[in-house]
Design a protein around this ligand. Sequence first.
Ligand SMILES: [Zn+2]
Length: 189
Amino acid sequence: MRVSEDRYSRDRQRFDIAVQFIQHEARTHTIRAWTGLSDDRIRKLYRSYLCDGAGTRLTRHRGKSPQQVAFFMRSVRTRQEAALLASLCRLLGALPPVPAPGLARSLPGLARGELLCQAFQAYRGLVPDGLISFEHAVFLLTTLAQGEELVLGGCRDCGAALLVDRWSLRAPRCPLCAADHAQDQGTGS
Ligand SMILES: [Zn+2]
């Protein structure tokens, strides 16, 4: 009895997470990796979701998921949004506290998928026209968990959360502190 109840709630959770991933326009292979559902079941879920009328504005993305960390570093705005999203992932427990190269493979799963959805929803709540898609959020989480290129660090002056290039020699400053610093330098004080 207990076993079948557990199984039922696990299946229920699997579908709930898959629907959330669909709502966030995740790619099929991402949904498969995080929920363990087959492509066929994901396709059916897509179809029933679209038939409900709830997902009429949904775009189904195909092809590869994002792979370039440069996306997060290309402007002040993307850096700030990525740092915010990464902080939310850390606060909610989606991002493991210590990066390790082997972590990427063990990240996908129902419990973490749920936390990632919560973090992404909080991010979109704070930045409704945010630049980071859900697929990029998955990529950011994976990149930071591995810690081979980017890590979540802090501003050298105020400690604000920042994405930091792992190979940079000095801790960077956040945009506000960088502006203050430039001004101080300019006035010679
Ligand atoms: Zn700062």
